[in-house]
Design a protein around this ligand. Sequence first.
Ligand code: ATP
Ligand code: MG
Length: 282
Amino acid sequence: MPDYTNTSEPVIQVRSVIKSFGDQRVLDGIDLDVMPGEIMVVMGGSGCGKSTLLRHMIGSIVPDSGSVKLFGREITTLSEQEMNEIRKKFGILFQSGALINSLTVGENVALPLREHTHLDEKTIEIMIKIKLELVSLRIHADKMPAQLSGGMKKRAGLARAIALDPQILFYDEPSAGLDPVTSAQIDQLIIDLTRKLHVTSVVVTHEMDSAFSIADRMCMLDKGKVLKIGMRQEFETLRDTPAENLTSDQDKLIRQFLRGDADGPLSRRKADSDYEEDLLRV
Ligand SMILES: Nc1ncnc2c1ncn2[C@@H]1O[C@H](COP(=O)(O)OP(=O)(O)OP(=O)(O)O)[C@@H](O)[C@H]1O
Ligand SMILES: [Mg+2]
Protein backbone atom coordinates (compact mmCIF):
# COMPACT_ATOMS: atom_id res chain seq x y z
CA MET A 1 0.00 0.00 0.00
CA PRO A 2 1.61 3.31 -1.04
CA ASP A 3 2.25 6.00 1.52
CA TYR A 4 0.42 9.26 0.72
CA THR A 5 1.73 11.07 3.75
CA ASN A 6 5.01 11.82 2.04
CA THR A 7 5.37 15.01 0.06
CA SER A 8 5.81 13.44 -3.37
CA GLU A 9 4.36 15.24 -6.38
CA PRO A 10 1.46 13.69 -8.26
CA VAL A 11 2.45 11.60 -11.29
CA ILE A 12 -0.71 12.76 -13.03
CA GLN A 13 -2.40 16.08 -12.37
CA VAL A 14 -5.68 16.96 -14.07
CA ARG A 15 -7.01 20.47 -13.49
CA SER A 16 -10.32 22.06 -14.56
CA VAL A 17 -10.53 19.92 -17.68
CA ILE A 18 -13.51 20.71 -19.87
CA LYS A 19 -14.30 18.83 -23.07
CA SER A 20 -17.32 18.92 -25.36
CA PHE A 21 -18.10 16.85 -28.43
CA GLY A 22 -20.44 19.00 -30.52
CA ASP A 23 -22.88 20.51 -28.05
CA GLN A 24 -22.49 17.67 -25.53
CA ARG A 25 -20.25 18.59 -22.61
CA VAL A 26 -18.63 15.29 -21.69
CA LEU A 27 -16.09 16.51 -19.11
CA ASP A 28 -17.25 19.45 -17.05
CA GLY A 29 -14.32 20.67 -14.95
CA ILE A 30 -12.39 17.60 -13.79
CA ASP A 31 -9.72 17.82 -11.08
CA LEU A 32 -7.76 14.69 -10.21
CA ASP A 33 -4.33 13.89 -8.78
CA VAL A 34 -2.79 10.43 -9.10
CA MET A 35 0.05 9.79 -6.67
CA PRO A 36 3.19 7.67 -7.28
CA GLY A 37 2.69 3.94 -6.77
CA GLU A 38 -1.04 4.01 -6.21
CA ILE A 39 -3.86 2.24 -8.02
CA MET A 40 -6.47 4.87 -8.81
CA VAL A 41 -9.78 3.46 -9.99
CA VAL A 42 -11.99 5.79 -12.01
CA MET A 43 -15.60 4.59 -12.00
CA GLY A 44 -19.03 5.76 -13.00
CA GLY A 45 -21.98 4.82 -15.17
CA SER A 46 -21.79 4.13 -18.86
CA GLY A 47 -21.23 7.30 -20.86
CA CYS A 48 -20.21 9.44 -17.85
CA GLY A 49 -16.84 10.26 -19.44
CA LYS A 50 -14.39 7.72 -17.97
CA SER A 51 -12.70 6.71 -21.23
CA THR A 52 -12.67 10.33 -22.37
CA LEU A 53 -10.84 11.31 -19.18
CA LEU A 54 -8.37 8.46 -19.71
CA ARG A 55 -7.74 9.62 -23.26
CA HIS A 56 -6.91 13.09 -21.95
CA MET A 57 -4.38 11.54 -19.57
CA ILE A 58 -2.62 9.67 -22.38
CA GLY A 59 -2.57 12.73 -24.61
CA SER A 60 -4.83 11.34 -27.33
CA ILE A 61 -7.43 14.08 -26.75
CA VAL A 62 -6.71 17.74 -26.05
CA PRO A 63 -9.16 19.46 -23.67
CA ASP A 64 -11.14 22.56 -24.66
CA SER A 65 -9.69 24.14 -21.53
CA GLY A 66 -7.80 23.05 -18.44
CA SER A 67 -4.50 21.35 -17.79
CA VAL A 68 -3.14 17.79 -17.79
CA LYS A 69 0.34 17.19 -16.37
CA LEU A 70 2.27 13.93 -16.48
CA PHE A 71 5.44 13.77 -14.37
CA GLY A 72 4.98 17.51 -13.75
CA ARG A 73 4.97 18.34 -17.47
CA GLU A 74 2.01 19.96 -19.22
CA ILE A 75 1.01 17.62 -22.05
CA THR A 76 -1.91 19.54 -23.59
CA THR A 77 0.43 21.82 -25.53
CA LEU A 78 3.03 19.29 -26.68
CA SER A 79 3.78 18.51 -30.30
CA GLU A 80 3.10 14.97 -31.51
CA GLN A 81 6.84 14.24 -31.43
CA GLU A 82 7.22 15.48 -27.84
CA MET A 83 4.13 13.49 -26.84
CA ASN A 84 5.62 10.34 -28.39
CA GLU A 85 8.63 10.69 -26.08
CA ILE A 86 6.32 10.84 -23.04
CA ARG A 87 4.30 7.89 -24.37
CA LYS A 88 7.34 5.64 -23.91
CA LYS A 89 6.95 6.17 -20.17
CA PHE A 90 3.50 4.66 -19.96
CA GLY A 91 1.69 1.51 -21.06
CA ILE A 92 -1.95 1.14 -21.98
CA LEU A 93 -4.20 -1.90 -21.84
CA PHE A 94 -7.13 -1.32 -24.12
CA GLN A 95 -10.42 -3.12 -23.74
CA SER A 96 -9.79 -5.69 -26.49
CA GLY A 97 -6.11 -6.18 -25.67
CA ALA A 98 -5.54 -4.60 -29.12
CA LEU A 99 -3.06 -7.23 -30.31
CA ILE A 100 -1.88 -7.33 -33.90
CA ASN A 101 -3.51 -10.47 -35.26
CA SER A 102 -0.85 -11.27 -37.84
CA LEU A 103 1.94 -11.42 -35.21
CA THR A 104 2.59 -14.06 -32.54
CA VAL A 105 2.21 -13.19 -28.88
CA GLY A 106 5.99 -12.86 -28.56
CA GLU A 107 6.23 -10.63 -31.62
CA ASN A 108 3.46 -8.44 -30.25
CA VAL A 109 5.43 -7.91 -27.06
CA ALA A 110 8.62 -7.30 -29.07
CA LEU A 111 6.99 -4.60 -31.19
CA PRO A 112 7.47 -1.64 -28.80
CA LEU A 113 11.02 -2.82 -28.06
CA ARG A 114 11.86 -2.92 -31.79
CA GLU A 115 10.19 0.44 -32.42
CA HIS A 116 11.51 2.41 -29.48
CA THR A 117 14.83 0.87 -28.42
CA HIS A 118 18.12 -0.12 -30.02
CA LEU A 119 18.34 -3.42 -28.17
CA ASP A 120 19.87 -6.33 -30.11
CA GLU A 121 17.71 -9.34 -31.04
CA LYS A 122 19.13 -11.56 -28.30
CA THR A 123 18.29 -9.01 -25.59
CA ILE A 124 14.82 -8.54 -27.07
CA GLU A 125 14.29 -12.34 -26.92
CA ILE A 126 15.20 -12.32 -23.23
CA MET A 127 12.96 -9.29 -22.55
CA ILE A 128 10.01 -11.01 -24.24
CA LYS A 129 10.48 -14.04 -21.99
CA ILE A 130 10.65 -11.89 -18.85
CA LYS A 131 7.53 -9.90 -19.74
CA LEU A 132 5.52 -12.98 -20.72
CA GLU A 133 6.60 -14.79 -17.55
CA LEU A 134 5.25 -11.86 -15.49
CA VAL A 135 1.79 -12.47 -16.97
CA SER A 136 2.17 -16.32 -16.99
CA LEU A 137 2.20 -16.61 -20.78
CA ARG A 138 5.82 -17.55 -21.44
CA ILE A 139 4.95 -20.97 -22.87
CA HIS A 140 2.43 -19.37 -25.25
CA ALA A 141 4.89 -16.99 -26.92
CA ASP A 142 4.52 -18.63 -30.34
CA LYS A 143 0.72 -18.66 -30.43
CA MET A 144 -1.28 -16.33 -32.65
CA PRO A 145 -3.83 -13.98 -30.96
CA ALA A 146 -6.71 -15.94 -32.53
CA GLN A 147 -5.57 -19.00 -30.55
CA LEU A 148 -5.91 -17.19 -27.20
CA SER A 149 -8.87 -16.95 -24.83
CA GLY A 150 -10.19 -13.50 -23.83
CA GLY A 151 -8.26 -13.56 -20.55
CA MET A 152 -5.04 -14.64 -22.30
CA LYS A 153 -5.44 -11.79 -24.80
CA LYS A 154 -5.69 -9.33 -21.92
CA ARG A 155 -2.55 -10.78 -20.36
CA ALA A 156 -0.70 -10.63 -23.69
CA GLY A 157 -1.82 -7.00 -24.07
CA LEU A 158 -0.52 -6.36 -20.59
CA ALA A 159 2.85 -7.96 -21.40
CA ARG A 160 3.09 -5.60 -24.36
CA ALA A 161 2.04 -2.63 -22.20
CA ILE A 162 4.93 -3.32 -19.80
CA ALA A 163 7.49 -4.02 -22.55
CA LEU A 164 9.20 -0.64 -22.18
CA ASP A 165 9.21 -0.67 -18.34
CA PRO A 166 6.59 2.07 -18.04
CA GLN A 167 6.14 4.27 -15.00
CA ILE A 168 2.38 4.49 -15.45
CA LEU A 169 -0.08 1.79 -16.58
CA PHE A 170 -3.50 2.78 -17.88
CA TYR A 171 -6.30 0.23 -18.10
CA ASP A 172 -9.69 0.76 -19.73
CA GLU A 173 -12.23 -1.80 -18.46
CA PRO A 174 -9.63 -4.57 -17.92
CA SER A 175 -12.16 -7.15 -16.77
CA ALA A 176 -14.94 -6.41 -19.29
CA GLY A 177 -16.22 -9.57 -20.98
CA LEU A 178 -14.31 -11.98 -18.74
CA ASP A 179 -15.79 -14.65 -16.47
CA PRO A 180 -15.59 -13.88 -12.72
CA VAL A 181 -12.57 -16.11 -12.07
CA THR A 182 -10.53 -14.80 -15.03
CA SER A 183 -11.59 -11.30 -14.06
CA ALA A 184 -10.31 -11.85 -10.50
CA GLN A 185 -7.01 -13.15 -11.93
CA ILE A 186 -6.59 -9.99 -14.03
CA ASP A 187 -7.33 -7.90 -10.92
CA GLN A 188 -4.63 -9.76 -9.01
CA LEU A 189 -2.22 -9.27 -11.90
CA ILE A 190 -2.88 -5.52 -11.87
CA ILE A 191 -2.07 -5.40 -8.15
CA ASP A 192 1.04 -7.61 -8.53
CA LEU A 193 2.44 -5.66 -11.46
CA THR A 194 1.81 -2.31 -9.79
CA ARG A 195 3.69 -3.39 -6.67
CA LYS A 196 6.45 -5.47 -8.35
CA LEU A 197 7.26 -2.96 -11.06
CA HIS A 198 6.69 0.10 -8.83
CA VAL A 199 4.37 1.69 -11.35
CA THR A 200 1.37 3.95 -10.89
CA SER A 201 -1.89 2.50 -12.23
CA VAL A 202 -5.06 4.18 -13.43
CA VAL A 203 -7.92 1.75 -13.96
CA VAL A 204 -11.22 2.74 -15.56
CA THR A 205 -14.04 0.38 -14.73
CA HIS A 206 -17.69 0.11 -13.88
CA GLU A 207 -17.29 -3.37 -12.38
CA MET A 208 -17.60 -2.73 -8.66
CA ASP A 209 -16.18 -6.04 -7.42
CA SER A 210 -13.07 -5.41 -9.43
CA ALA A 211 -12.88 -1.74 -8.35
CA PHE A 212 -13.06 -2.63 -4.65
CA SER A 213 -10.52 -5.41 -4.90
CA ILE A 214 -7.79 -3.38 -6.60
CA ALA A 215 -8.21 0.30 -5.64
CA ASP A 216 -6.01 2.22 -3.26
CA ARG A 217 -8.10 5.29 -4.03
CA MET A 218 -11.27 5.71 -6.05
CA CYS A 219 -12.75 8.53 -8.08
CA MET A 220 -16.40 8.53 -9.02
CA LEU A 221 -17.55 10.45 -12.09
CA ASP A 222 -21.08 11.44 -12.90
CA LYS A 223 -22.20 13.50 -15.89
CA GLY A 224 -18.65 14.70 -16.55
CA LYS A 225 -17.98 15.83 -12.97
CA VAL A 226 -16.08 14.27 -10.07
CA LEU A 227 -18.64 13.29 -7.42
CA LYS A 228 -16.12 11.96 -4.94
CA ILE A 229 -12.44 11.06 -4.61
CA GLY A 230 -11.22 9.13 -1.62
CA MET A 231 -9.51 6.10 -0.15
CA ARG A 232 -11.14 2.77 -0.97
CA GLN A 233 -12.14 2.39 2.69
CA GLU A 234 -14.22 5.60 2.52
CA PHE A 235 -16.17 4.20 -0.41
CA GLU A 236 -16.58 0.86 1.38
CA THR A 237 -18.02 2.66 4.39
CA LEU A 238 -20.41 4.60 2.17
CA ARG A 239 -21.48 1.41 0.40
CA ASP A 240 -22.16 -0.38 3.69
CA THR A 241 -24.01 2.46 5.46
CA PRO A 242 -27.82 2.05 5.53
CA ALA A 243 -29.43 4.56 3.13
CA GLU A 244 -31.56 6.08 5.92
CA ASN A 245 -28.38 7.08 7.77
CA LEU A 246 -27.15 9.17 4.83
CA THR A 247 -28.25 12.79 4.67
CA SER A 248 -26.73 14.03 1.43
CA ASP A 249 -28.41 13.14 -1.88
CA GLN A 250 -24.98 12.80 -3.45
CA ASP A 251 -23.92 10.15 -0.92
CA LYS A 252 -27.17 8.27 -1.55
CA LEU A 253 -26.54 8.36 -5.28
CA ILE A 254 -22.94 7.12 -4.89
CA ARG A 255 -24.13 4.39 -2.50
CA GLN A 256 -26.67 3.12 -5.01
CA PHE A 257 -24.03 2.96 -7.73
CA LEU A 258 -21.51 1.17 -5.47
CA ARG A 259 -24.09 -1.41 -4.43
CA GLY A 260 -25.64 -1.82 -7.87
CA ASP A 261 -29.11 -1.41 -6.32
CA ALA A 262 -32.02 -1.28 -8.74
CA ASP A 263 -33.88 1.34 -6.72
CA GLY A 264 -32.50 4.71 -5.56
CA PRO A 265 -31.88 8.31 -6.67
CA LEU A 266 -29.90 7.17 -9.73
CA SER A 267 -32.77 5.18 -11.22
CA ARG A 268 -35.35 7.84 -10.29
CA ARG A 269 -33.20 10.47 -12.03
CA LYS A 270 -32.91 8.27 -15.09
CA ALA A 271 -36.64 7.61 -15.17
CA ASP A 272 -37.37 11.36 -14.80
CA SER A 273 -35.03 12.35 -17.62
CA ASP A 274 -36.39 9.61 -19.91
CA TYR A 275 -39.88 10.93 -19.22
CA GLU A 276 -38.87 14.52 -19.98
CA GLU A 277 -37.19 13.44 -23.20
CA ASP A 278 -40.25 11.45 -24.15
CA LEU A 279 -42.53 14.46 -23.63
CA LEU A 280 -40.24 16.74 -25.61
CA ARG A 281 -40.33 14.35 -28.52
CA VAL A 282 -44.12 14.71 -28.89
N1 ATP B 1 -14.86 11.10 -30.18
C1 ATP B 1 -16.11 11.34 -29.75
N2 ATP B 1 -16.97 12.05 -30.51
C2 ATP B 1 -18.23 12.31 -30.08
N3 ATP B 1 -18.72 11.91 -28.87
C3 ATP B 1 -17.90 11.19 -28.08
C4 ATP B 1 -16.56 10.87 -28.47
N4 ATP B 1 -16.00 10.16 -27.46
C5 ATP B 1 -16.93 10.05 -26.51
N5 ATP B 1 -18.08 10.66 -26.88
C6 ATP B 1 -19.30 10.76 -26.05
O1 ATP B 1 -18.93 11.16 -24.77
C7 ATP B 1 -19.70 10.49 -23.78
C8 ATP B 1 -18.77 9.81 -22.79
O2 ATP B 1 -18.08 8.77 -23.47
P1 ATP B 1 -17.01 7.85 -22.74
O3 ATP B 1 -16.55 6.87 -23.75
O4 ATP B 1 -15.98 8.70 -22.10
O5 ATP B 1 -17.91 7.15 -21.62
P2 ATP B 1 -17.53 6.03 -20.58
O6 ATP B 1 -17.79 6.59 -19.21
O7 ATP B 1 -16.18 5.50 -20.86
O8 ATP B 1 -18.66 4.92 -20.88
P3 ATP B 1 -18.57 3.30 -20.89
O9 ATP B 1 -18.63 2.87 -19.46
O10 ATP B 1 -19.80 2.91 -21.64
O11 ATP B 1 -17.29 2.90 -21.58
C9 ATP B 1 -20.62 9.54 -24.53
O12 ATP B 1 -21.89 10.16 -24.61
C10 ATP B 1 -20.00 9.42 -25.89
O13 ATP B 1 -20.97 9.21 -26.88
MG1 MG C 1 -15.45 3.66 -21.58
